[in-house]
Design a protein around this ligand. Structure first.
Ligand code: ASC
Length: 137
């Protein structure tokens, strides 16, 4: 574990990147619940949520992952050191997420039935990164 000073140095980065993922989970949840029929479909809400996902996907995540802010160096993160050994792959997986989210954004206003098929690639993109670069809880 790194010194408390190092952990403190990255406190803002951890908050920012975890907040970024939380924003995505909340917006994905809104669309996911509609797709499942747990909440009533609302074209405006679905579009707003998809637009938010797209906005977050436009952030370059590497800025929020400075060297030394991995789970082996500091507490409070599940970011595996493999991220820093594979930044090209991380960037490519993030781009895949962006493409999947654009697909969702295109159909979010088209009715409940359109959501499920467009959510699949988004979920796969989330999972692809988590499988390789996030520690299990
Ligand atoms: C979510 C969430 C994730 C992804 C993932 C998709 O809503 O919090 O981590 O979707 O489960 O595979």
């Amino acid at each position: 574990m790194a010194t408390p000073a190092a952990a403190q140095e990255f406190d803002g980065h951890l908050k920012a990147r975890q907040g970024m993922f939380r924003i995505m989970a909340i917006n994905l949840g809104i669309i996911g619940d509609m797709a499942k029929g747990d909440t009533e479909y609302d074209a405006e809400q679905a579009t707003m949520a998809a637009d938010n996902l797209h906005a977050v996907s436009m952030i370059n995540p590497l800025i929020l992952f400075p060297e030394g802010s991995d789970a082996e160096a500091i507490d409070g993160t599940r970011a595996l050191p493999a991220i820093w050994e594979n930044t090209d792959d991380v960037g490519s997986k993030w781009a895949d997420l962006g493409e999947a989210v654009s697909g969702l954004q295109e159909v979010a206003g088209d009715g409940r039935e359109a959501l499920g098929p467009a959510l699949g690639p988004v979920g796969n993109a989330c999972k692809a990164c988590h499988d390789e670069y996030r520690a299990s809880e």
